[in-house]
Design a protein around this ligand. Structure first.
Ligand code: GRF
Length: 201
Protein backbone atom coordinates (compact mmCIF):
# COMPACT_ATOMS: atom_id res chain seq x y z
CA UNK A 1 0.00 0.00 0.00
CA UNK A 2 1.35 3.43 -0.92
CA UNK A 3 0.54 6.39 1.26
CA UNK A 4 0.87 10.11 0.66
CA UNK A 5 0.84 12.35 3.72
CA UNK A 6 -0.25 15.97 3.27
CA UNK A 7 0.91 18.51 5.83
CA UNK A 8 1.26 22.22 6.49
CA UNK A 9 3.23 22.27 9.71
CA UNK A 10 4.63 20.27 12.58
CA UNK A 11 3.84 16.75 11.39
CA UNK A 12 3.73 14.83 14.66
CA UNK A 13 0.92 12.65 13.28
CA UNK A 14 3.09 11.92 10.24
CA UNK A 15 5.89 11.02 12.66
CA UNK A 16 3.64 8.57 14.50
CA UNK A 17 2.68 6.88 11.22
CA UNK A 18 6.25 6.63 9.93
CA UNK A 19 7.40 5.26 13.31
CA UNK A 20 4.66 2.62 13.20
CA UNK A 21 5.63 1.58 9.67
CA UNK A 22 9.31 1.36 10.59
CA UNK A 23 8.43 -0.72 13.65
CA UNK A 24 6.58 -3.18 11.40
CA UNK A 25 3.18 -2.35 12.85
CA UNK A 26 1.66 -1.48 9.42
CA UNK A 27 2.85 -4.27 7.10
CA UNK A 28 3.23 -3.95 3.31
CA UNK A 29 2.93 -0.18 3.51
CA UNK A 30 5.22 2.71 2.76
CA UNK A 31 4.96 6.49 2.52
CA UNK A 32 5.50 7.26 -1.17
CA UNK A 33 5.71 11.00 -0.53
CA UNK A 34 5.13 13.76 1.97
CA UNK A 35 3.53 16.82 0.39
CA UNK A 36 3.51 20.21 2.09
CA UNK A 37 1.92 23.43 0.90
CA UNK A 38 4.43 25.31 3.05
CA UNK A 39 8.18 25.21 2.45
CA UNK A 40 8.92 25.93 6.13
CA UNK A 41 6.86 23.02 7.53
CA UNK A 42 8.83 21.11 10.16
CA UNK A 43 7.29 17.89 8.81
CA UNK A 44 9.63 18.18 5.79
CA UNK A 45 12.64 17.75 8.09
CA UNK A 46 11.04 14.74 9.74
CA UNK A 47 10.52 13.17 6.29
CA UNK A 48 14.12 13.76 5.18
CA UNK A 49 15.36 12.10 8.35
CA UNK A 50 13.37 8.98 7.42
CA UNK A 51 14.26 9.05 3.72
CA UNK A 52 10.71 9.85 2.70
CA UNK A 53 10.44 11.81 -0.54
CA UNK A 54 9.34 15.41 0.09
CA UNK A 55 7.42 17.68 -2.25
CA UNK A 56 6.51 21.31 -1.64
CA UNK A 57 3.38 22.27 -3.57
CA UNK A 58 2.85 25.94 -2.80
CA UNK A 59 -0.78 26.99 -3.17
CA UNK A 60 0.32 30.58 -3.84
CA UNK A 61 1.73 29.43 -7.18
CA UNK A 62 -1.79 28.50 -8.40
CA UNK A 63 -4.61 30.83 -9.43
CA UNK A 64 -7.34 28.95 -7.55
CA UNK A 65 -8.23 25.83 -5.57
CA UNK A 66 -9.22 23.88 -8.69
CA UNK A 67 -5.85 24.46 -10.32
CA UNK A 68 -4.04 23.52 -7.12
CA UNK A 69 -6.05 20.36 -6.61
CA UNK A 70 -5.56 19.34 -10.24
CA UNK A 71 -1.80 19.53 -9.71
CA UNK A 72 -2.17 17.62 -6.45
CA UNK A 73 -4.17 14.80 -8.09
CA UNK A 74 -1.57 14.52 -10.84
CA UNK A 75 1.24 14.21 -8.30
CA UNK A 76 -0.63 11.60 -6.30
CA UNK A 77 -1.34 9.58 -9.45
CA UNK A 78 2.30 9.78 -10.51
CA UNK A 79 3.22 8.23 -7.18
CA UNK A 80 0.46 5.60 -7.49
CA UNK A 81 -0.94 6.55 -4.11
CA UNK A 82 -3.61 4.29 -2.57
CA UNK A 83 -4.41 6.36 0.52
CA UNK A 84 -4.07 10.10 1.09
CA UNK A 85 -3.53 11.08 4.73
CA UNK A 86 -4.28 14.63 5.81
CA UNK A 87 -2.15 15.40 8.85
CA UNK A 88 -2.48 19.05 9.70
CA UNK A 89 -2.97 20.05 6.04
CA UNK A 90 -4.59 23.44 6.44
CA UNK A 91 -6.44 23.59 3.14
CA UNK A 92 -9.94 22.59 2.11
CA UNK A 93 -10.12 20.09 -0.73
CA UNK A 94 -12.27 20.72 -3.80
CA UNK A 95 -14.42 18.04 -5.48
CA UNK A 96 -11.51 17.50 -7.89
CA UNK A 97 -9.54 15.82 -5.08
CA UNK A 98 -12.51 14.13 -3.41
CA UNK A 99 -13.73 12.56 -6.68
CA UNK A 100 -10.24 11.39 -7.57
CA UNK A 101 -9.85 9.47 -4.27
CA UNK A 102 -13.30 8.30 -3.11
CA UNK A 103 -13.08 6.90 0.45
CA UNK A 104 -9.32 7.01 0.14
CA UNK A 105 -8.59 10.31 1.87
CA UNK A 106 -8.38 10.30 5.67
CA UNK A 107 -8.37 13.23 8.05
CA UNK A 108 -7.93 13.59 11.78
CA UNK A 109 -9.96 16.14 13.66
CA UNK A 110 -9.16 17.14 17.26
CA UNK A 111 -12.72 16.79 18.63
CA UNK A 112 -15.50 14.21 18.76
CA UNK A 113 -17.34 14.91 15.51
CA UNK A 114 -19.98 15.95 14.70
CA UNK A 115 -19.28 18.28 17.64
CA UNK A 116 -16.95 21.20 17.04
CA UNK A 117 -16.07 20.95 13.35
CA UNK A 118 -13.79 23.50 11.71
CA UNK A 119 -10.86 25.39 13.12
CA UNK A 120 -9.72 25.51 16.77
CA UNK A 121 -11.80 22.49 17.74
CA UNK A 122 -9.95 21.99 21.05
CA UNK A 123 -10.63 25.59 22.02
CA UNK A 124 -14.29 25.33 20.93
CA UNK A 125 -14.77 22.26 23.15
CA UNK A 126 -12.87 23.80 26.07
CA UNK A 127 -14.90 27.03 25.89
CA UNK A 128 -18.19 25.12 25.60
CA UNK A 129 -17.44 23.35 28.88
CA UNK A 130 -17.82 19.75 27.73
CA UNK A 131 -16.59 17.04 30.15
CA UNK A 132 -15.36 14.82 27.31
CA UNK A 133 -13.78 15.61 23.99
CA UNK A 134 -11.23 13.69 21.91
CA UNK A 135 -10.33 13.07 18.31
CA UNK A 136 -11.94 11.60 15.20
CA UNK A 137 -10.40 9.90 12.17
CA UNK A 138 -12.76 10.04 9.21
CA UNK A 139 -12.84 9.64 5.45
CA UNK A 140 -13.03 12.98 3.70
CA UNK A 141 -16.14 13.86 1.73
CA UNK A 142 -17.22 17.14 0.16
CA UNK A 143 -18.24 18.76 3.46
CA UNK A 144 -15.98 20.14 6.17
CA UNK A 145 -15.30 17.40 8.74
CA UNK A 146 -18.48 15.54 7.71
CA UNK A 147 -17.18 12.29 6.18
CA UNK A 148 -17.77 8.72 7.43
CA UNK A 149 -16.19 8.18 10.85
CA UNK A 150 -13.52 5.49 11.11
CA UNK A 151 -12.36 5.74 14.74
CA UNK A 152 -12.82 8.05 17.70
CA UNK A 153 -10.97 8.34 21.00
CA UNK A 154 -12.35 10.04 24.09
CA UNK A 155 -10.31 12.44 26.19
CA UNK A 156 -11.82 13.67 29.48
CA UNK A 157 -11.64 17.37 30.26
CA UNK A 158 -10.18 17.75 33.76
CA UNK A 159 -10.97 20.53 36.19
CA UNK A 160 -7.28 21.40 36.22
CA UNK A 161 -7.01 21.58 32.41
CA UNK A 162 -5.85 24.63 30.53
CA UNK A 163 -6.36 24.78 26.77
CA UNK A 164 -2.67 23.85 26.45
CA UNK A 165 -2.83 20.74 28.64
CA UNK A 166 -6.05 19.58 26.99
CA UNK A 167 -4.66 20.12 23.48
CA UNK A 168 -1.57 18.14 24.42
CA UNK A 169 -3.57 15.16 25.72
CA UNK A 170 -5.76 15.14 22.60
CA UNK A 171 -2.61 15.22 20.46
CA UNK A 172 -1.30 12.12 22.21
CA UNK A 173 -4.55 10.28 21.46
CA UNK A 174 -4.44 11.48 17.84
CA UNK A 175 -1.15 9.69 17.24
CA UNK A 176 -2.47 6.39 18.58
CA UNK A 177 -5.83 6.67 16.84
CA UNK A 178 -4.48 7.72 13.44
CA UNK A 179 -1.96 4.88 13.38
CA UNK A 180 -4.73 2.39 14.15
CA UNK A 181 -7.00 3.77 11.40
CA UNK A 182 -4.21 3.62 8.83
CA UNK A 183 -3.34 0.09 9.96
CA UNK A 184 -6.96 -1.03 9.44
CA UNK A 185 -7.12 0.56 5.98
CA UNK A 186 -3.84 -0.98 4.89
CA UNK A 187 -4.95 -4.40 6.11
CA UNK A 188 -8.02 -4.05 3.85
CA UNK A 189 -10.36 -4.08 6.83
CA UNK A 190 -12.37 -0.90 6.19
CA UNK A 191 -15.48 -0.80 4.05
CA UNK A 192 -17.75 2.22 3.65
CA UNK A 193 -21.51 1.65 3.46
CA UNK A 194 -23.31 4.97 3.21
CA UNK A 195 -22.37 6.98 6.27
CA UNK A 196 -20.98 3.98 8.11
CA UNK A 197 -17.53 2.52 8.10
CA UNK A 198 -17.58 -1.24 8.66
CA UNK A 199 -14.49 -2.67 10.33
CA UNK A 200 -14.05 -6.26 9.19
CA UNK A 201 -12.46 -8.98 11.31
C1 GRF B 1 -3.73 18.04 14.75
O1 GRF B 1 -4.24 18.66 15.90
C2 GRF B 1 -4.86 17.55 13.89
O2 GRF B 1 -5.96 17.11 14.61
C3 GRF B 1 -5.20 18.74 13.07
O3 GRF B 1 -3.96 19.35 12.81
C4 GRF B 1 -3.03 19.03 13.84
C5 GRF B 1 -1.79 18.47 13.21
O4 GRF B 1 -0.78 18.23 14.16
N1 GRF B 1 -5.94 18.35 11.90
P1 GRF B 1 0.62 17.65 13.67
O5 GRF B 1 1.16 18.56 12.58
O6 GRF B 1 0.41 16.24 13.17
O7 GRF B 1 1.51 17.67 14.88
Amino acid sequence: IKLAVLVSGNGSNFQAIIDAIEAGRIPNTRVACLISNKSEAFALERARKHNVKTIVLDHKAYPNRQAYDTALVELLRQHEVDLVILAGFMRLLSPIMIDAFPNAIMNIHPALLPAFPGLDAQQQAFDYGVRYTGCTVHFVDKGTDTGPIILQSVVPVLGSDTIESLTQRIHGEEHRTYVEAVRLFCAGRLKVEGRKVIINE
